[in-house]
Design a protein around this ligand. Structure first.
Ligand code: ZN
Length: 245
């Protein structure tokens, strides 16, 4: 199966549309979306409706989605994120609220466990380093686990004989073969990358050929920024997407 893997769109429609246009030639049959459809960005309804219509969709719920639904305490978020959550709550249609409410934070498809944050704590835990990754390998049974949430594309290899886990930054020129070793893989974020690189991040997965391909595409950041300023979003949120932090 040919799968488009996307995560952390965060209501950035410009980034989402650019990713979908870039991915059109990949002839994907399914889309796995790892959550956080909304929060931070100015086009939550449009992003939910666009994602819902994608073929073969499996979509998870993320912590920002949960906060908008009032299923997670907004005080756990920083000031700017909280402002965006309140704005989003007021903007979402009842139908799109109901759609978010229908989503789970964890799923399993064949050899792949899908979690928004981590297999150990699918809503909230950040897999920020190889030590946290190491502990998470005990919390899923499949060969591979796909996670979002940190907005940083990365691959963690299962602990070796020394009990330590290794970490690898994405290689955009080479596909990653999914053979043998168990992996935790993060595709990065479509709508708010945080690896000092503003281009939208996503991945292509072929479960039959067993390959993973990291992809990056530049989108019109200034168009999203204009939409954010028109909606009076905190300026820090507007600025950060231009720098990828
Ligand atoms: Zn996120």
């Amino acid at each position: 199966m040919r799968v488009l893997v996307i995560s952390d769109i965060h209501a950035n429609l410009e980034a989402l549309e650019t990713v979908l246009a870039d991915a059109a030639s990949l002839n994907y049959e399914a889309v796995w979306c790892l959550g956080d459809l909304v929060g931070y960005g100015p086009r939550p309804n449009e992003c939910i409706e666009r994602v819902q219509a994608l073929r073969g969709l499996v979509c998870l719920v993320g912590n920002h989605d949960k906060a908008v639904l009032d299923e997670l305490d907004v005080n756990a978020f920083n000031h700017d994120a909280r402002a965006a959550i309140h704005w989003t709550r007021a903007a979402l249609t009842p139908a799109n609220m109901a759609y978010l409410r229908s989503l789970k934070p964890l799923d399993e498809i064949g050899d792949f466990t899908l979690a928004h944050a981590s297999p150990r704590q699918p809503i909230w835990e950040y897999i920020l380093n190889r030590y946290i990754a190491r502990d998470n390998f005990a919390y899923f049974d499949t060969p591979f686990c796909l996670v979002g949430h940190t907005h940083v594309p990365v691959v963690y290899h299962a602990p070796g004989a020394d009990g330590e886990c290794s970490e690898r930054a994405p290689d955009y020129d080479q596909v990653l073969g999914l053979n043998g070793q168990r992996l935790i893989i993060n595709p990065g974020s479509v709508g708010q990358p945080r690896d000092s690189h503003p281009d939208a991040a996503y991945a292509f997965l072929d479960t039959t050929q067993r390959i993973w391909e990291y992809r990056r595409v530049a989108y019109d950041v200034s168009a999203t920024q204009r939409q954010m300023r028109a909606a009076e979003f905190p300026e820090r949120l507007v600025i950060r997407i231009a720098y990828g932090w």
